[in-house]
Design a protein around this ligand. Structure first.
Ligand code: UDP
Ligand code: MN
Length: 260
């Protein structure tokens, strides 16, 4: 039985996130494999970096596949990056997987997630009747992939992203049993800890996965010569400095002498 953590990288920017994510998983001694889906735009030097950090680097190329669903998807190029995530269901060499966005950081071992069924995820902070699609447990299956692709063509995504697609596909999630619902500790929105500080002060030490939701990612922050992060841009960064520093600490531990 083979199980894996899976992430997605469609360009060199997000690759930075994925590299740090992979190291964070190794740091907490996961016993599972770590896989990354990449697309054609990822440069060769970046691919080499990813090959070093991940057990599996899987090139996703819609144009080279021939099944009916893929052909239908080709007629909907605007769904682009969103749909790339569903290719995770094609990793059928694994019996179960945990998908993690490239902008997540694992700070405690989460191998127990593999005891959960498809689909298991945490509520979205903005609309808790939807699950946040940055962290979820799923079961790879060619049949499910086909159905997801058909669903994408027939229904589309109500938010233009993968979350709007996956929530209408797995529409049983809000009323499914507790085994389908992950604690916020597995998908802690780094913005939220900032806005509900007392809860973070009480429960923050229990957090297992930090999720840097939003356009401004940890790798966009500037740093002083001593490595301390600081916000340099006019667009207010929404994540707490504490968590961004945690992300950079993992980066420094593994990449400071060989910056990706
Ligand atoms: N992603 C990517 N390239 C992109 C946008 C997104 O590879 O241009 C992948 C990456 O794994 C990312 C995930 O899709 O973590 C979801 O996007 P993002 O995390 O930016 O969304 P948010 O969590 O901020 O809503
Ligand atoms: Mn994300």
């Amino acid at each position: 039985m083979s199980e894996a953590f899976v992430t997605l990288v469609t360009n060199d920017g997000y690759a930075l996130g994925a590299l740090v994510l992979a190291k964070s998983l190794r740091d907490v001694n996961t016993t599972r494999k770590i896989a990354v889906l990449i697309t054609n735009e990822v440069s060769e030097p970046t691919r080499n970096r990813l090959r070093e950090a991940f057990d599996v680097v899987s090139l996703v190329n819609e144009l080279n596949t021939h099944d009916a669903a893929n052909l239908a998807l080709l007629g909907r190029p605007e769904l682009g990056v969103t749909l790339t995530k569903i290719y995770a269901w094609k990793l059928t060499q694994f019996t179960k997987c945990v998908f993690l966005d490239a902008d997540t950081l694992v700070v405690q071992n989460v191998d127990e997630l593999f005891d959960r069924p498809e689909i298991a995820a945490a509520p979205d902070v903005g609309w808790p009747d939807c699950f946040n699609s940055g962290v979820f447990v799923f079961v790879p299956s060619a049949a499910t992939f086909e159905k997801l692709a058909e669903h994408a063509v027939s229904t589309g995504s109500f938010d233009g992203g993968d979350q709007g697609l996956l929530n209408t596909f797995f529409d049983y999630w809000p009323t499914a049993g507790p085994e389908h619902r992950l604690s916020f500790l597995y998908n802690m929105n780094a913005n939220q800890s900032y806005s509900y500080k007392p809860a973070f002060q009480k429960y923050g030490h229990l957090v297992k996965i930090i999720h840097f939701i939003g356009q401004f990612k940890p790798w966009h922050w500037a740093r002083t010569s001593s490595g301390r992060v600081y916000a340099q841009t006019q667009e207010a960064p929404t994540h707490s400095e504490f968590h961004v520093q945690q992300w950079w600490n993992v980066f420094d531990r593994h990449y400071s002498t060989s910056a990706p």
